[in-house]
Design a protein around this ligand. Structure first.
Ligand SMILES: [Zn+2]
Ligand SMILES: [Zn+2]
Length: 340
């Protein structure tokens, strides 16, 4: 029996364990991927800490996968062995339910499929994915640098391009971390007057390098007032995980402005209803996206030069890589490599 390496969580709150498993066979409608690289995302803690209902352990985390399509199962159309593919958080969709037929595949009614949570993910040499979860990877992108774009990339790019902001309008990105360092690059490349907001002044030079036209140090000044001095933001992309930081920037929205929430705050955020009403402002969230959104994220990144800043670890050191990511000290994404 041919075997592979996999890094699994055996129980909720258990450690990440390197193990040997049989190489899985793809069922109907699914493919097997020989994983080249898999990003380590904060949301992998959902699998490790059991934060999703009814996770079937042991489970292999990982939803920022780039690899080579190794074998197609029965009935897979349009994909063949040897193609380089990506898989993200969206773990596929049925294609026949009302939501899918409406074009809302992210909200598929049949089953909620999440890579690395409802099925085994990319902390392994091989993995299985439904064909509906696959994105094509442009030749210009290396597999290791493309991996974080499958979650951190799509989450920021897809939210920004669906935010309603037009080129030339002011868009602020709150937080310069794993998501924010990509959000600033995408905002600049999409043609927005890009404002980066972070605590302290040490991230100002980096924000400028990433393409920000303005930098607001939220420790030194009130970020809402600073945004209003710039004419108000059409969109504020909230990537930070602080509810207080999100609440503090709301006052910086222009009329009809939108606070787009893509980071999960540890505490509820306070909303000012009067400001929403008087300025026709809104607060909304955005689902990262489906496989076609991933594919367009990769294509846009190849086209414009948007790249994640990464630290790499070999698959065998996944536990160390995970701890590094959770520490918040990584600059800015951590990627596991299998050596192929
Ligand atoms: Zn993620
Ligand atoms: Zn469906």
């Amino acid at each position: 029996m041919a075997t592979m390496r996999a890094v699994q969580v055996v129980r909720s709150k258990g450690p990440l364990e390197l193990t040997e498993r049989a190489i899985p066979e793809p069922g109907a409608g699914a493919v097997r991927i020989r994983v080249q690289a898999c990003g380590v995302c904060h949301s992998d803690s959902v699998t490790k800490e059991g934060l999703f209902p009814n996770i079937a352990y042991p489970r292999v985390p990982g939803h920022e996968i780039i690899g080579i399509l190794d074998k197609a199962g029965a009935g897979v159309l349009g994909w063949s062995a040897g193609q380089r593919v990506g898989v993200g958080w969206h773990g596929g969709n049925c294609g026949y339910c009302d939501a899918c037929r409406r074009g809302d595949a992210f909200a598929c009614d049949t089953e909620t499929l999440v890579t690395g949570i409802t099925s085994d993910g990319g902390y392994a040499d091989y993995m299985i994915a439904p064909a509906s979860a696959l994105a094509r990877v442009p030749d210009e992108l290396g597999s290791v640098e493309a991996a974080p774009l499958m979650c951190a990339g799509i989450t920021t790019f897809n939210a920004l391009r669906n935010s309603g902001a037009c080129p030339g309008e002011t868009v602020a990105v709150l937080g310069i971390g794993g998501l924010g360092h990509l959000g600033v690059q995408y905002a600049a490349k999409l043609g927005f007057n890009t404002v980066a907001i972070a605590r302290g002044h040490d991230k100002a030079p980096l924000a400028r390098e990433l393409g920000a036209h303005h930098y607001i140090d939220s420790r030194a000044e009130d970020p809402a007032a600073a945004l209003q001095r710039l004419g108000g933001a059409k969109v504020i992309l909230a990537t930070a995980t602080s509810g207080a930081a999100m609440s503090a920037v709301q006052g910086g929205l222009a009329p009809r402005g939108t606070l787009m929430i893509i980071g999960v705050p540890e505490a509820a955020l306070a909303i000012d209803p009067l400001s929403l009403i008087l300025g026709s402002r809104s607060v909304k969230g955005w689902y990262s996206g489906t496989s076609i959104d991933s594919q367009q994220t990769l294509a846009f990144s190849a086209l414009t030069g948007v790249r994640p800043m990464i630290e790499t670890y070999p698959l065998d050191r996944a536990a160390e890589a995970y701890d590094r990511m959770m520490s918040g000290d990584a600059r800015f994404r951590v990627v596991l490599t299998t050596g192929i």
